[in-house]
Ligand binder design. Structure first.
Ligand SMILES: Nc1ncnc2c1ncn2[C@@H]1O[C@H](COP(=O)(O)OP(=O)(O)O)[C@@H](O)[C@H]1O
Ligand SMILES: [Mg+2]
Length: 253
């Protein structure tokens, strides 16, 4: 059986919709029948907290970086069919990878290679930084998706992200492709199409689908569900489902 396609959800700015996108893309892929693994690379463990009881996370992604556990010992099933999770917790923030450790950028890629045939898709929820953990995610990935809000401060950061991606591509992982930027928390379509879209387009291709702002998203997090389970009829659920289809098409090309 083939290797899983690995997709990082990355943006060094917090609050741009990475975790929301990682959760709903993962569940959407699982609904599409793809064997899916969500890897939480954020020490804050936000996506872990949706799918597993945070108080009960004993082993986590940090144990891979500390060489204490094998990846297959840490992966947990979620309540959703076809969807597993590799959870994270706050101790990831304490993992120090010495700069003299030449293995440092490759730890996640090596771990993933051991389980890669068990999945069709692996989605990585990155932390809000360009730390060694985001670098590990990008080194391990075939594709990167950049969620961002259609706002000035969000756009200000994308140049730094683009150059990090380009540098990883040049030096370590020539396979890495930017699948696109996903506009999240959209309030006004006119502003998007008139002013922001052309700016983002200078850096990244932009997904046709965007995700509008809506309270249901926060409510779904509170009830520890994907938006697709929380209310599949709501606007944001439909938008995320269309986005999932766009991703499925994009990665097959
Ligand atoms: N489409 C949306 N509509 C309303 N709120 C949203 C939407 N997407 C994300 N949010 C909220 O914005 C905040 C940041 O989103 P999150 O996915 O955690 O971003 P990140 O992982 O990039 O920090 C969260 O409180 C989340 O509930
Ligand atoms: Mg997050």
């Amino acid at each position: 059986m083939g290797q899983a396609i690995v997709i990082s959800i990355a943006n060094q700015k917090g609050g741009e919709g990475k975790t929301t996108t990682a959760l709903n893309l993962s569940h959407g892929m699982a609904i599409e029948g793809k064997r899916t693994l969500l890897i939480d690379m954020d020490p804050q463990g936000n996506s872990s907290g949706i799918f597993v009881d945070s108080d009960n996370i004993k082993d986590s992604v940090a144990d891979i970086f500390l060489h204490k556990k094998l990846i297959k010992e840490i992966i947990q099933k979620t309540k959703y069919k076809n969807l597993d999770i590799l959870p994270s917790k706050i101790n990831l923030a304490e993992v120090e990878l010495g700069t003299l450790n030449v293995e440092a950028p490759y730890i996640l890629r090596d771990a993933i290679s051991k389980i890669s045939t068990a999945y069709d898709v692996i989605i990585i929820d990155c932390p809000p930084s360009l730390s060694i953990f985001t670098v590990n995610a990008l080194v391990a990935s075939n594709f990167v998706i950049v969620p961002l809000q259609a706002e000035k401060f969000s756009i200000d950061g994308i140049k730094g992200l683009q150059s990090t991606i380009e540098s990883i591509k040049r030096r370590i992982n020539p396979e890495l492709q930017i699948l696109g930027a996903l506009v999240t928390q959209l309030k006004n379509n006119t502003v998007l199409t008139k002013t922001i879209l052309p700016v983002i387009n200078n850096y990244f291709p932009v997904f046709e689908n965007s995700i509008s702002m809506g309270v249901a998203v926060g409510e779904s997090h509170l009830s520890r569900q994907s938006i697709l389970e929380y209310n599949p009829n709501i606007k944001q659920a439909k938008e995320y489902l269309s986005f999932v289809k766009e991703v499925v098409n994009g990665i097959q090309k």
